[in-house]
Write a protein that binds this ligand. Structure first.
Ligand code: SF4
Length: 681
């Protein structure tokens, strides 16, 4: 241990999962020494998980990129910043039409960077072809919640959990994916709240549940409609609330009448008794809350899943009131909520304002002193389609390793190969960076200033803990400098100025500034004016829809894109492991025995025995889209016929297997249902 004293403590916000824990980071000689969870952290109250506590040594990893790279003669070679910026600007100047450019932003970027990235696309290039990694996870939440309630965020603050007497947790394993949320839900259960878990796997929280429903993957909508049926049938609805604040009740009642417990049991495999028990645990509670995750969204009908789940809170009158825990998506990454909030979306400007709305666009045109395109741009899967079809001349990928994390790797690889210029901003030479023509080395969340928004709409400060590595710049600087070469001054010289500009154009964030966040520590949007304290709980007066009502969704169950058959008899579900973060570029570079070192395929023991597999054996996994080889891990938490894998080790090739099918409303991939076969090697 180094006996020298700590030189500085810096308070910042964890850049891994959507919980957004407040961390105090100690430094000495410009290096990170240790990380402590802040005891007065607004969301974590002195807790943090293994990633937030220990996975920081990636910052000083010798693998960090410290010079821009440009492809010459088939090889990526180091060049000066000026040279790389010129290459990109020259190419962008020569593209034949604005819509031949597209940019994929991400949660790796701060709010300010996301704001500037979408401004770059719209102002410097003139296209709405901007999207972010939420397309792959919670796009159905943004779309579904906005249609139902008016805004694309969770309805309640996380602290509302403290007054709930029942939690319905659907399609989420927060013990692994959002550990601080997982432990707070568990504490709430220990303190007496009832718990309903809906998840095919017997997760850690499922072990503590009063009832655990295990639907076949892809049948959520049937289960949620079945629960709605029971809430109505057994009188567990708030009739005054429905009369005064809700639209669409008659349509839902008619649809739900077709979802008897017997029929839902046939579709989903959930027993009638368990379904009835779950409905009463939720429906009889005084203050029930819903939390959900990617097990609801990453489906062919993910937006329907979000909306039919939200139906339960509306029927019960447990949203938009002081006595209900509402509907809360556990957003995957910090800052994926912020990437959406800042308008890194093809149809929405900052603050969820539609590009197709003339009044909105004119306000932005006046603020940005330019004319803006009115047609919504391409979503990420459409960008790849356009590239493969020769319609894209430049694709800029910021902080996303799309070759590792997007589904159906072979088709993503074909898209990158077909695009004349692929630009990549990253910390490391990721798979996507290796396929790019220009790579910019950029700063990590511990090396830059700005803000993040966590899963419950909470703006918090991100502070520079250490100076960026030599040769590294922030995403904000890179986009400003390319724009300048194109003759466009984007303004936004600092993160603080960028947030101020955003506040001036997006009424949802009108009262949010760095200055306030430095003194108040956190603010929930909507926050309209400098003296607005923000709104942790939404819709107490009215919903944000045009008519002020919550809109129930009468959506039928439709089957998933894949079903097991004799050729592909198992269903693969992918998800997070506690120790790693997405493609693992950061967490895998932390030399710590607590961090898992491989990507196993979880197989239920009786399935493994039938296949002659022992724990640790290699198994070949084949889907309709590709092949991978993984070591087997016995997993009694699975239902026979289902297998599970993380996605943190790109070399394992899990996304070679996953399906290109996506949610019929948002295009979010159907990661949770891939039909595969297994073969012992
Ligand atoms: Fe908190 Fe999530 Fe970071 Fe863990 S990864 S410390 S739970 S924000």
């Amino acid at each position: 241990l180094d006996p020298r004293p700590i030189e500085q403590w810096t308070r910042t916000t964890c850049g891994y999962c959507g919980v957004g824990c407040t961390l105090d980071v100690a430094t000495r000689d410009h290096e990170i020494v240790t990380v402590h969870p802040a005891s007065d952290g607004s969301v974590n109250r002195g807790h943090a998980c293994v990633k937030g506590r220990f996975a920081h040594s990636f910052v000083s990893s010798p693998d960090r990129l410290q010079s821009p790279l440009v492809r010459r003669g088939g090889e990526l070679v180091p060049v000066s910043w000026d040279e790389a910026l010129d290459v990109v600007a020259d190419h962008l100047r020569a593209i034949h039409r604005p819509d031949a450019f597209a940019v994929i932003s991400s949660a790796r970027a701060t709010n300010e960077e996301n704001y500037l990235i979408q401004k770059f696309a719209r102002v410097a290039i003139g296209t709405n072809n901007v999207d972010n990694c939420a397309r792959l996870c919670h796009a159905p939440s943004a779309a579904g919640l906005a249609t139902t309630f008016g805004l694309g965020g969770g309805t309640n603050a996380f602290d509302d959990l403290d007054r709930c007497d029942a939690v319905l947790l659907a399609g989420s394993n927060p013990t692994d994916a959002h550990p601080v949320v997982g432990s707070r839900i568990l504490q709430r259960v220990i303190d007496g709240a009832r718990l309903v878990v809906i998840d095919p796997r017997r997760t850690e929280l499922a072990r503590h549940a009063d009832v655990h429903l295990r639907p076949r993957p892809g049948t959520n909508v049937a289960v949620f409609n079945g629960l709605a049926h029971l809430l109505i049938r057994d009188g567990m609805i708030d009739e005054a609330f429905l009369r005064n604040r809700v639209a669409g009740y008659d349509e839902l009642r008619d649809l739900a009448s077709d979802y008897s417990p017997d029929r839902v049991s046939d579709i989903s495999g959930v027993s009638v008794d368990e379904l009835v028990t779950a409905a009463h645990l939720y429906g009889d509670a005084a203050a029930p809350a819903i939390f959900y995750g990617l097990g609801v969204t990453e489906h062919l009908h993910g937006t329907d899943g979000v909306r039919t789940l939200a139906n339960l809170a509306i029927l019960r009158g447990a949203v938009g009131t002081a006595t209900g825990g509402g509907v809360n998506p556990l957003r995957g990454q910090n800052n994926v909520q912020g990437a959406c909030d800042m308008g890194a979306l093809p149809d929405l400007l900052p603050g969820y304002q539609k590009v197709a709305d003339d009044t909105v666009r004119q306000r932005f045109e006046a603020g940005w002193r330019t004319s803006l395109p009115s047609t919504p741009g391409l979503r990420i899967p459409q960008m790849f389609d356009a590239a493969r079809q020769g319609r894209l001349e430049a694709l800029w990928v910021v902080g996303e390793d799309v070759l590792s994390t997007d589904p159906d790797t072979a088709s993503v690889r074909a898209a990158l190969d077909a695009c004349p210029l692929v630009i990549c901003n990253d910390l490391f030479l990721s798979a996507t960076a290796q396929a790019a023509n220009v790579v910019f080395p950029v700063a990590s969340w511990l090396e830059k200033d700005g803000t993040f928004v966590n899963f419950d709409r909470r703006f918090q400060r991100v502070r520079r803990v250490v100076e960026p590595r030599d040769g590294v710049r922030t995403d904000l600087e890179v986009f400003r400098q390319v724009a300048a070469r194109l003759g466009v001054d984007l303004g936004c010289a600092t993160p603080a100025a960028t947030l101020d500009e955003c506040a001036s154009l997006a009424p949802l964030f009108g009262g949010i500034s760095e200055q306030r966040l430095d003194s108040d520590s956190a603010l929930h949007w909507p926050c309209g004016t400098p003296d607005d304290p923000g709104r942790p709980t939404l819709y107490l007066d009215r919903f944000a829809t045009a008519d002020g009502r919550a809109h129930l969704a009468a959506r039928p169950y439709l089957p998933p894109g894949a079903e097991p058959d004799p050729s592909f008899p198992y269903i693969l579900v992918t998800g997070r492991r506690a120790e790693h973060y997405n493609s693992g570029e950061m967490t895998r570079r932390t030399p710590n025995v607590l961090l898992r070192a491989d990507e196993p395929l979880d197989v239920e023991p009786s399935d493994a025995a039938a296949l002659g597999l022992r724990d640790g054996d290699p198994v070949e996994v084949t889907s309709r889209f590709g092949r991978a080889v993984l070591p087997v891990r016995f997993a009694a938490e699975l239902v026979p016929g289902q297998v599970f894998s993380g996605f943190h080790f790109p070399a394992a090739g899990v996304n070679e297997l996953t399906s290109p099918l996506g949610d019929d409303v948002t295009g979010c991939p159907e990661y949770k249902v891939t039909a595969v076969r297994l073969r012992a090697l």
